[in-house]
Every structure is written in C-alpha cells, then in structure tokens.
Design a protein around this ligand. Structure first.
Ligand code: F6P
Length: 364
C-alpha cells in the first residue's frame, strides 16, 4: 500500500451538477488508502494564494454528492497561463503566472493534481502536465461535448431540467395559442436541445449542427396550425446558426475569459416567427437553471464513479490522462486525445432520425 500520497483537486470552468459527488468520491477513496486530499479553491487561485487550500477530510465531504455547485469553488477566467492582472495605473492585462503555480505545487509537496473540468480546463491541466505536474482529469460539462468519453457528468441533470421546463411550457403555450421559444445551453453542440426537445415533445429543435432556415421553421409552425394545433414549442440551442449566418454572442464578458458568452438566438428566432407568422410569440432563456441544484441519480452515480476511478488512476500512476466512461468501464485516455476533440451531434444519429420521424422539424 502506498503511504502518504498527497492529492490536490480543483474544479474549473462553469459548475455542473455532480462536482461535489466527484470530490466526495476522490476524498473517500483516497482516505481509505490512507492518502490525503487538498481542495484548491477557485480553479488555480488556491495555488497562487495558498491560504486558499482546504484539507478535505471525510467529515467535510460526508454526503455532499446530492449538492449542486462545488464546495471548492470554480472560475472560467482563471487560466494561470493568461491571468488577468491589474497594474498600478489600474490597467488590466493578461500575464503568465503558471511558474508560480508549479512552484507552489512542488513546495506544498503534492504528488498529483486531479483537475475536474471541461475542454478549456483540461487544456490548462495538459499545459501543467507538460510543465511537470502529474495530472489526471475528470470530464465535467453540462454540454456533453467532450469526444473522448461517452458522456460527461452534469449533462443528464441539465437535460432533465430543460425537459421539465419544456413540459411546463406546453400548458401555457396551449392556453394562449402561442409560440414559445426556449433557448437552452450547450455551446457549439446541440445535445441539450436535442435530448430535451425530443423528450419534451417540441415542434421545432434548432441545433448548431443543422443550420436553420427561419422560413422552414415558420412553415412547420403554420402546417401545425392548419392541422388544428394552435400552439408550438421551439427549442433553440444557444449555439444554433441560421443557414449562411453565424452564432449570436454577447462578447467576451469578463476579462480573462477564454470564450465568448453565447446567447440571444432564442429572442432572434422568436422575433422572426412573430413577424412572419403573425402568431403571438414569447421567448425565454433557461440559462443557469440548467446548472444549478441537485444532480440526478444518474449524474451522482457517474460522478462518484469518475472520482473513484481517478484515484485508481493515481494509484496506477497513469498521469497525463482523463477518466473516460466507456460503458461498462471507466478507462484512461491520454490528454492529447481529449483536447480539441469536441463531440457534436451526428446529424445521421438515431435521435435525429427519431425526431424527424415523429414530426419534429430542425428548420432545414
Ligand atoms: O460550458 C457550460 C456552459 O454552461 C455553457 O453551456 C454556457 O455557454 C456557458 O457555460 C455559460 O457560462 P457562464 O456561466 O460564464 O455564463
């Protein structure tokens, strides 16, 4: 039995239901091997200001697997290779402070880092691996857009919340003979929109993988009208694009953020539908409701399994890898195969075929 292994764990990027379950499993699986786990607060901030490190003992993680968020905090603007810093004149720029992170990691005698995150966080973890930190990643994102694993944790919860919202929209849309347009998250992948739209009996689902023609969307709604269905539900992925156009964004948001903030396509689609069909139309953005609160049983379970598997990979010294769910097993995949390997909805997939066969339009 290895003695005295000291694991550091951080959570990076947008939060996702299941993060605390991963932490619980890592801490308990390590504790039962007589190892120690330390939580690095807010991504890598805790390795810059080391007061932000918490010794995670079993009492601190007892049954947190049902809690949303992350007890060690997260950030999507804390890349130490491009850290926002403000100088004496009050000007803010980006600086590489990664050496400081490595120095503190070594000074504190950590043996490895378990980095829980999506594509962006895994890329940062890989850069630290190349700088000598033994890293193991755990795939987190509600978007389910990582190609190197069958599923990421957080996705099932996001889909459940979106489906419940769509279910609720049916009655209000029907009562008012309205078109309700609901924008869901997912970045450049349509997984949340597709799975929730299909489960929630949407009339139209717009996803980034299938550029839409607004005229086709309106024709589909009006065809329903002719059959006597006077209301419609349109589910739009935040990254959906009109044919020949581009996605709608709100700019870069806070300084230090690596990706644009998507959003606005639901409102755009609703306006066009109202103009072209004359139907009373409303839009809503589901937003961060999809990320908040308790994980589903499925997400809890895979998060616990991801966490325990990560500790097994520490034991096997299988660094520079990510835990991947390849049912029924958890496997290790090299980080090189994870980075930039974004999983989009295959347009010939069975779910797309099913949706089309039951009369759902993708606006194409
Ligand atoms: O990647 C997860 C995600 O929730 C995306 O679906 C969404 O575009 C983004 O994060 C939102 O980020 P923020 O929390 O910074 O608004």
């Amino acid at each position: 039995m290895d003695k005295g292994i000291k694991i550091a764990i951080n959570t990076g990027g947008g939060d996702a239901p299941g993060l605390n379950a991963v932490i619980e499993a890592v801490v308990m699986a390590a504790y039962n091997r007589h190892w120690e786990v330390y939580g690095i607060k807010n991504g890598y901030a805790g390795l810059l200001d080391t007061d932000e490190i918490i010794h995670l003992t079993p009492d601190k993680v007892r049954h947190i697997s049902n809690l949303g968020g992350t007890i060690i905090g997260t950030t999507n603007k804390g890349n130490p290779f491009k850290m926002p810093v403000t100088n004496m004149a009050g000007e803010t720029g980006l600086r590489d402070v990664s050496d400081k992170v490595v120095e503190n990691f070594k000074r504190l005698c950590f043996d490895c880092l378990i980095a829980v995150g999506g594509d962006g966080s895994i890329k940062i973890a890989y850069d630290f691996y190349k700088k000598g930190i033994p890293v193991i990643c755990v795939p987190k994102t509600i978007d389910n857009d990582l190609g190197a694993t069958v599923i990421t944790f957080g996705f099932d919860t996001a889909v459940s919340i979106a489906t419940e919202a769509i279910d609720r929209l049916h009655s209000t849309a029907k009562s008012h003979d309205r078109v309700m347009v609901v924008e869901v998250m997912g970045r450049s992948a349509g997984w949340i929109a597709l799975n929730s739209g299909l489960s929630g009996a949407a009339d139209v689902i717009l996803i980034p993988e299938i550029p839409f023609d607004i005229n086709r969307v309106c024709e589909h709604i009006m065809a329903g009208e002719l059959r006597g269905q006077r209301y419609a539900i349109v589910v739009v992925a935040e990254g959906a694009v009109p044919a020949g156009g581009t996605f709608i964004d709100k700019g870069m948001g806070e300084i230090g953020r690596q990706e644009v903030v998507l959003g606005g396509v639901g409102e755009f689609v609703a306006k066009k539908i109202a103009e072209k069909t004359g139907k009373d139309t409303r839009s809503l953005v589901l937003g961060h409701l999809q990320r908040g609160g308790s994980p589903t049983t499925f997400d809890r379970l895979i998060s616990l399994r991801f966490g325990a598997a990560a500790v097994r990979m520490v034991e096997a010294k299988n660094f520079g890898t990510m835990v991947s769910l390849e049912p029924p097993e958890m496997k290790a995949v090299p980080l090189e195969d994870v980075i930039g390997n974004i999983k989009h909805v295959p347009i010939e997939s069975d779910s797309i075929k099913t949706a089309r066969e039951i009369g759902i339009s993708f606006g194409d």
